[in-house]
Design a protein around this ligand. Structure first.
Ligand SMILES: Cc1ncc(COP(=O)(O)O)c(C=O)c1O
Length: 480
């Protein structure tokens, strides 16, 4: 019934309504060029082409169950993907953007001299401060997280100044490196990749600094690479107990709008974050919150770079000084929508939502890991981020799992950042799941179910019961 399986390229002209021939010949060409291992094997493509030819020649009768089955097989080969549908970018930032944010950005270019954009900015600053839980100052920068690291340091730390950096992952090292590049002298205390900062060690280092040369303590609240969450309030206690005047600066890039953070109540002098995670807005805006103590330190600086200087940004004579130039117009509309959503849900409720979703994720991995090497990177529950979870799978299957989830299920998981050198076999032992911002129960459960399917498909050893455990957490906590 089927014509011979001769290799025939260039069949696009003959494409039928179903598109089968075209897709199959494309697949065959790609596979022929050896372009990607994931492509469909050439024999199957040729089979699909032959089937489509037979159909064109009316040699296929779909009323015949065998032919009908054959057609479904062909569709599976050339056309069918279980990842079609709305994709879930479950990496720890940039995070999922709400439609409301995207729609708010879909607008004509606004006037930057007067009108709604100009009127909108003071309200953005007020609402940002509510998210950071501070009555102090907020400055907006056009930059990513690296930019806001530099923005914060440039105002209070100069060449030769010492900064103490307790580190719990790649981003702690990154902030220390940024200080070093600005000419400062970072003193790092490395707490490894699985444990939180020990405040007593920080207090000891501060007490040892009798001359008070350390100008600031730079602490990453949640290190996104390890998913370790640090006790920032305990660092304030350490500073006070050591009677040390250094500023307490906190990187909240992966945590603001996800994990409880109380800038004023915890005694944080400078807090920084970006738009692209809990704030649900595309990457490109950085925020520095600082109090009067930090501003006094800023006032003693010999020189502050014109662009990073926070002073004109909080008290501009004219509108363009808010951004040291042209405003990031569309990002601001997106941010307005995101802050409205945060205000409507309430920051306490947002923290609670992240808490429950994180608990569901941990329950799944605890169940899957029983009797296997699969485990959460952070054992201590208090030291776990509520926005990102770093997982150790105990075998080199993590990369296969990520690929499977993306290609077969439409969920992109995060790479295991900073856990091993990219060329080392252990690099493939880690992945991360982002659950920050615009994320709800069905997204998390869908991601977990995809992970379970993926583990089965790629042969990653695990126990059953993960989904059962996660759904129980959701069922128990779906109050309100
Ligand atoms: C905690 C933390 N700090 C800093 C950064 C750097 O941000 P960016 O990549 O936007 O420069 C990131 C990025 O993921 C982060 O998670």
């Amino acid at each position: 019934m089927l014509p011979g399986l001769s290799r025939q390229k260039g069949m696009r002209a003959k494409a039928t309504a179903s598109g089968v021939v075209w897709r199959a010949s494309q697949q065959a060409e790609k596979t022929d060029r050896g372009s990607a291992a994931k492509e469909v094997p050439v024999q199957l493509c040729l089979f699909a082409i032959a089937f489509a030819q037979a159909r064109q020649a009316s040699a296929i009768d779909l009323a015949n169950p065998q032919d009908y089955l054959l057609q479904n097989v062909v569709l599976m080969v050339v056309n069918m993907s279980l990842s079609n549908g709305r994709h879930y970018l479950a990496i720890p930032g940039p995070s999922v953007m709400p439609d409301r944010v995207l729609q708010a950005m879909h607008t004509a270019a606004p006037n930057i001299y007067h009108g709604d954009l100009v009127d909108m900015v003071p309200g953005l600053l007020t609402d940002l401060k509510k998210v950071a839980r501070t009555d102090a100052h907020a400055a907006i920068y056009i930059c990513n997280g690296h930019g806001v690291w530099e923005a914060s340091l440039a105002n209070v730390v100069g060449p030769g100044d010492k900064v103490l950096v307790p580190v719990t992952g790649a981003f702690g090292h990154g902030w220390a490196e940024m200080a070093h590049k600005l000419g400062a002298e970072p003193i790092t205390i490395d707490f490894g990749k699985r444990n939180a900062i020990d405040p007593t060690q920080v207090a000891e280092a501060l007490r040892a600094d009798e001359a008070h040369e350390i100008k600031a303590v730079l602490a990453v609240f949640v290190d996104t690479s390890t998913s370790v969450r640090n006790d920032i309030q305990a660092l304030r206690v350490a500073l006070n107990e050591a009677d040390h005047p250094a500023l307490l600066m906190s990187d909240c890039i992966a945590s603001m709008g996800c994990d409880r953070f109380e800038m004023d109540a915890w005694g944080v002098d400078v807090a920084i974050t970006g738009s692209q995670k809990g704030l649900m807005t595309p990457p490109g805006l950085g925020f520095v919150f600082f109090n009067d103590k930090a501003d006094r330190v800023r006032g003693q600086m010999e020189r502050v770079s014109g662009y990073w200087d926070w002073r004109p940004r909080i008290d501009p004579d004219i509108f363009y000084q808010y951004f040291c130039g042209t405003a990031p117009t569309h990002h601001l509309y997106g941010l307005r929508a995101a802050l409205d959503m945060i205000g409507e849900e309430g920051i306490e409720n947002i923290w609670a939502r992240h808490e429950v979703l994180a608990n569901a994720i941990w329950a799944a991995f605890d169940a899957w890991g029983e009797g296997h090497d699969l485990q959460l990177n952070v054992e201590d529950i208090d030291a776990r981020s509520r926005a990102v979870t770093s997982v150790r799978v105990g075998t080199s299957k993590a990369t296969d799992l990520r690929q499977w989830c993306e290609e077969k299920a439409g969920v992109t998981l995060g790479i295991g950042l900073g856990m091993a050198a990219p060329e080392a076999p252990e690099w493939h032992h880690f992945f991360r799941l982002g659950h920050m911002g615009h994320v709800n129960a069905h997204m998390v459960l869908g991601a977990l179910a995809s992970i379970q399917a993926g583990m089965k498909a790629v042969g990653l050893p695990h126990n059953s019961g993960g989904l059962e455990a996660a759904t129980q957490v959701i069922a128990n906590n779906a109050i309100g």
